[in-house]
Ligand binder design. Structure first.
Ligand code: 3HC
Length: 287
């Protein structure tokens, strides 16, 4: 199937990056939708900041930047956002009920041929698909943060996803300059988060137990495992709330051994979520 128009639902940390990559690398006509104007403005500002970095490094001209920005339309209206989309990528908060309602509404208003993909990291694709009348056209399309720089997209097959849908999404992800892996079964955490989240949780536990200081935990993993950033910084970067949500799904759905550490829970209770609230294990400035 030929994808021409992509709609991204959600202008947050992931949504804005996915919309940018679709307009910048894929040269798609993109619509980015969120529920409040301030979220859209914030998303567009993050896109501009990101594009300006490429311009400053002479990797892009200002004309190209403006062309990319002109390919991104924004709206608050879900119906308008999806009514002529070929592909809808959902990147709204990790709340099952909110996602199911959004899938149901998108299904009602999107053209019959449209594929609805979710960027979820913790909700079952099969469960989202069951909120629609087109489960064969629903799959997972999981980007990594920041989507502008991270090469991988995990493609997840729900219980009823068709091979044709997987093929179209794989081709589209390649057009966005991404490498893909196929997750054959809709299993919590897919591949990367099943491995990553327990590691971040253990870093939070080490810190909570006072086994080592923040900087030593991060330096140990950076230098000992060659990670680009330490686990506590990465936890801040992803958000303690998102990390906790994924840990809880892993514990509930796969094995209690994945249970969240008190240290991680404490960060969420204190709203020390990291980059998104300005403070977590580290202080985060606007950029
Ligand atoms: N847009 C454009 N350019 C950007 C950018 C953005 N959004 N963010 C960073 N950059 C550029 C910077 O300008 C800089 O460019 P330069 O080297 O030419 O000056 C370059 O990227 C490196 O940035 P920084 O110097 O600020 O910092 P780092 O060298 O640490 O790189 C990073 C930043 C790429 C984020 C790197 O630290 C990294 O790869 N971290 C790990 C990220 C990761 O693991 N992500 C996956 C999280 S898991 C996930 O997303 C799944 C979810 O479900 C939880």
């Amino acid at each position: 199937m030929d994808i021409r128009k992509i709609t991204v639902l959600g202008a947050g940390l992931m949504g804005h990056g996915i919309a940018q990559v679709a307009a910048q690398i894929g040269k798609y006509d993109v619509t980015m939708r969120d529920v409040e104007r301030r979220f859209i403005d914030n998303g567009m500002n993050m896109i501009k900041d990101s594009l300006e970095r490429f311009v400053k490094k002479s990797q892009m001209t200002e004309v190209e930047m403006n062309e990319i920005l002109a390919r991104i339309h924004t709206t608050l209206d879900l119906r308008e956002a999806v009514s002529d989309a070929d592909l809808i990528i959902e990147a709204i908060p990790e709340n099952v009920e909110l996602k199911r309602t959004t899938f149901k509404e998108a299904d009602a208003w999107a053209p019959p041929h449209a594929i609805i993909a979710s960027n979820t990291s913790s909700v079952s694709i099969t469960e989202l698909a069951s909120a629609t009348g087109r489960p064969e056209k629903v799959c997972g399309m999981h980007f990594f943060n920041p989507p502008q720089l991270m090469k991988l997209v995990e493609i997840i097959k729900g219980a009823k996803t068709s091979d044709e849908t997987i093929q179209t999404i794989t081709e589209t992800a390649h057009k966005l300059g991404k490498e893909t892996v196929l997750v054959k079964k809709d299993s919590p955490g897919f591949i990367v988060n099943r491995i990553l989240i327990p590691a971040l949780n253990e870093a939070a536990a080490l810190h909570w137990e006072g086994v080592a200081d923040r900087d030593d935990i991060d330096r140990a993993v950076k230098l000992g495992l060659n990670w680009p950033m330490g686990p506590l910084m990465l936890l801040d970067y992803i958000g303690a709330d998102t990390t906790l949500a994924i840990a809880e799904v892993l514990a509930k759905e796969i094995d209690p051994k994945f249970h969240a550490s008190p240290g991680l829970k404490q960060m969420v209770k204190a709203q020390l979520l990291g980059r998104k609230t300005g403070k977590g294990y580290y202080e985060w400035t606007q950029k």
